[in-house]
Design a protein around this ligand. Structure first.
Ligand SMILES: C[S@@+](CC[C@H](N)C(=O)[O-])C[C@H]1O[C@@H](n2cnc3c(N)ncnc32)[C@H](O)[C@@H]1O
Length: 240
């Protein structure tokens, strides 16, 4: 019988924010296929889960997924596509051998996770392949918790945007919604802070770096944040 493939959200960083289900399934799967952003770097997802689940006896297959922009509806960079295909082949080989495979992913799999590109690639080869998605605590919720704030209440409308991709639309988005969550902000801080200043929203905004981790920082020192470029794990919440 074919093995089962699980895409497992491991939360935003604090190992205690990993769900009981995530821990149980990771313990059950003999193979962990772990994504990493840099060829010679560590896997963030693996670092997080290793805080709660023992790695002993696990076959850990680390796989590099290049960090390049993916625009929905447009063709994908060849290097990125090759990484998805190689991942799908390696995972499928284990599944065909009857071995369960876990793909741990940062935060929640439903939010900008490579896990779903891998699922799509797998399904192109085996259309009926059973896949289980295990939700996790997203960095969005963890960032709101870091400032003891709700994201939305009553009839508030919230939107999540990948700030690196934003062109002229960010201004409009900031004007239209009650709460704007901006992810992937670290490279575009100057642009974002400039816009927040123009719209007189700087006092409604907060930057949360590495939410839920021991080195978490809640920041409103905008000039410094622009100058030094915050950590990749940074989210800005604007709540009017
Ligand atoms: C590829 S997305 C992954 C999101 C993830 N699936 C989730 O549910 O949080 C990466 C972006 O998530 C945000 N992020 C991830 N971890 C974070 C953390 N601990 N604190 C603040 N933002 C974080 C940052 O905006 C980062 O650029």
């Amino acid at each position: 019988m074919r093995g089962q493939f699980y895409v497992i959200g491991v939360g935003p960083g604090d190992p205690e924010l990993m769900t009981l289900k995530a821990a149980r399934l990771l313990e059950k799967c003999p193979v962990w296929f772990v994504p990493k952003a840099h060829q010679n770097g560590e896997s963030t997802a693996l670092t997080i889960l290793a805080g709660s689940v023992s790695t002993e006896g696990k076959e850990i297959l680390e796989h590099h997924f290049p960090m390049k922009k993916i625009r929905m509806g447009e063709s994908v960079d060849a290097e990125v596509e090759a990484a998805w295909k190689a991942a799908a082949e390696a995972i499928l080989a284990k599944l065909e051998a009857g071995i369960d495979v876990a793909f741990p992913t940062l935060g929640d799999p439903a939010i900008y996770s490579t896990g779903f590109y891998v699922c799509d690639t797998l399904l192109k080869t085996v259309p009926n392949l059973p896949i289980s998605i295990v939700p996790g605590v997203s960095s969005i919720g963890a960032s709101a918790a870091a400032v003891n704030q709700p994201l939305c209440l009553g009839d508030d409308r919230m939107v999540v945007v990948p700030a690196t991709f934003e062109n002229g639309q960010l201004r409009e988005t900031l004007e239209q919604f009650d709460t704007v969550v901006m992810m992937k902000v670290h490279r575009v801080m100057g642009k974002v802070v400039g816009l927040l200043t123009e719209l007189d929203l700087l006092d409604k905004a907060v930057l949360v770096e590495r939410s839920s981790r021991s080195d978490q920082r809640v920041r409103r020192d905008w000039a410094a944040a622009v100058k030094e470029e915050p950590h990749y794990f940074s989210t800005i919440i604007v709540r009017k």
